[in-house]
Design a protein around this ligand. Structure first.
Ligand code: NDP
Length: 313
């Protein structure tokens, strides 16, 4: 049996080249930058490999669709209640952990070594002998123990940190000293030196970090959010930073992206904004996920990283 694949992305040509090199059997491939309603190929295709925002516009017209492989970790546009879920959706997992660990520990180490203050003093030609801190024995909480959180936990152990983890259901996890679930959120955050958040965007994760929770955290705690912006009440966070209720924030993701130029978070003290670059999707990493899943698809084996539409991740 032959399958029709539509690649739908601004990088479609690059993906097409990478897939051609894999010489996948029984597959016809067409590439599209964006979707147009009169696109007959997409109306008939079996598989779409694409960016979720573009794919979501094609779903109502793709009447023959069996499988969508997302090119992004975040699949929110495809969860819209108006869209058909009558196909298998697979996400991108298992590739971001090491890069995300570099991101997290870059900022944790800069914080401990007082890198920003020292550079400021350098500009003023001040010999700054303030002793640095250390990550050893500091307590890192990881909110989200999925494919990324686990890699960050293991790296934390290399730095001699203590680790807590928070998820919906996991009561034990590699590299995590103590696991918390569901309504144990306050117990999870209250003693942390660092909180790294890497939760998906779902109705249940929206606003979990709010004023009440921030009030329970240590005044020196630093929050790093690289999951999705819906997690944090941004005004409550800006208030907490301005009032010294928490020590700092490293923010990669926001409710609105790009963060509007007049947003107060740009100028909130002790805040670093990293513009959704923490662990970026690159074709050479994403294409192998499609290739492996296509081989499973034609062999009738279960696909990797299937999204549960009910859970939203
Ligand atoms: P996974 O799907 O592997 O894991 C998700 C984790 O979140 C699981 O541990 C799950 O718990 C937990 N979780 C989900 N909902 C809740 C909830 N309501 N309460 C508590 N825990 C919850 O995801 P990944 O680790 O692969 O990725 C996580 C997110 O990171 C992605 O969805 C994406 O949005 C973001 N991301 C951001 C990037 C960036 O550059 N900023 C790059 C890549 C990803 P359980 O184990 O119990 O199911």
């Amino acid at each position: 049996m032959d399958y029709k694949l539509a690649i739908l992305s601004s990088d479609a040509q690059t993906y097409s080249t990478l897939l051609a090199e894999a010489d996948l059997p029984n597959l016809t491939i067409e590439v599209f930058d964006t979707f147009a309603e009169n696109n007959q190929y997409i109306q008939e295709c079996d598989i779409i490999f694409g960016a979720p925002d573009r794919v979501s516009r094609a779903i109502p017209y793709a009447h023959n669709l069996k499988w969508v492989q997302s090119m992004w970790a975040g699949i929110t546009p495809l969860l819209s209640p108006d869209l058909s879920k009558n196909y298998t959706l697979t996400g991108v997992k298992g590739i971001f952990g090491p890069v995300m660990a570099e991101y997290v520990f870059c900022y944790l180490l800069m914080h401990e070594r007082k890198a920003f203050e020292r550079y400021q003093h350098q500009l003023e030609k001040v010999w700054d002998e303030t002793p640095p801190g250390t990550l050893q024995n500091k307590l890192l909480g990881i909110m989200g123990l999925g494919s990324i959180g686990v890699d960050v936990a293991k790296m934390a152990k290399n730095f001699g940190m203590k680790t807590y983890g928070y998820s919906r259901s996991q009561t034990s996890c590699d590299g995590v000293d103590q696991c918390f679930i569901g309504d144990q959120l306050i117990d999870f955050v209250k003693d942390l030196d660092y909180l790294f958040c890497v939760l998906p965007n779902t109705p249940e994760t929206t606003g979990l970090i709010n004023k009440a929770l921030l009030m329970q955290m240590r005044k020196t705690a630093v929050i790093v959010n690289a999951g999705r912006g819906n997690l944090i009440d941004q005004d409550a966070l800006a208030d907490a930073l301005e009032q010294g209720q928490i020590g700092g924030a490293v923010l990669d993701v926001f409710l609105e992206e790009p963060l509007p130029s007049d947003h107060r978070l740009w100028q909130t003290p002790n805040t670093i904004i990293t513009s959704h670059t923490a662990a970026m999707s690159v074709p050479t990493s994403i294409a192998p996920i499609f290739i492996d899943n296509y081989q499973r698809f034609i062999a009738g084996r279960p696909l990797q990283y299937t999204i549960d539409f009910e859970r939203g991740y």
